[in-house]
Design a protein around this ligand. Structure first.
Ligand SMILES: [Zn+2]
Length: 175
């Protein structure tokens, strides 16, 4: 099953899609082919090489209110990294922490929520980072857009043709 890397108009990776979806988008004039695999696809009317990287020809509309405030998006903003000890974990092993505890009036919003590992969350308890002597790696802010995307493919399986387009901020799930 060949995967295709979808880039936005600025050549930044958005996500992976399957090749059938890529061909459909190509036929609809929504994307252009940037890189190809060696394999060819034959249909009754045409033969083309299988795309490996495609680029959207139009801007993707962003929701007006910015990035949705959700657990997944908090993890993405914090690059799946506990903001106290720096451990990187898959989403299932992460939780989130109210920097100023809820019991002290801390709000559930971008600027007061950080990604946290279960252990640090337990250690911090209902205290502020200062009281718990735990330092934040980055001050939480409201992101303008998601700084990282997660590609669920092992690094060794990343097609050669994708490498130029995968920037440092792409989280690779090492299998
Ligand atoms: Zn931690």
């Amino acid at each position: 099953m060949e995967q295709v890397l979808l880039l936005n108009i600025a050549y930044e990776p958005l996500r992976t899609i399957d090749w059938k979806k890529a061909i459909t988008m190509l036929c609809l004039g929504k994307v252009e082919v940037i890189e190809e695999y060696n394999r060819e696809i034959h249909s009754v009317s045409f033969t083309i090489r299988l795309p490996s990287v495609v680029r959207l020809l139009r801007m993707v509309k962003r929701p007006k209110s910015g990035v949705k405030f959700s657990r997944q998006n908090i993890y993405a903003r914090d690059r799946y990294q506990c903001q106290y000890c720096g451990a990187k974990n898959p989403a299932e092993e992460l939780t989130y922490d109210h920097v100023l505890p809820k019991s002290r009036g801390g709000r559930t919003e971008w600027k007061n929520i950080v990604t946290c590992c279960v252990e640090c969350n337990r250690k911090k308890g209902g205290r502020t980072p200062g009281e718990a002597r735990m330092k934040l790696i980055r001050k939480p802010t409201r992101p303008k857009w998601l700084p990282a995307i997660r590609i669920t493919i092992g690094f060794r399986d990343i097609p050669e043709s994708w490498r130029d387009y995968l920037y440092w901020n792409v989280e690779l799930l090492d299998q």
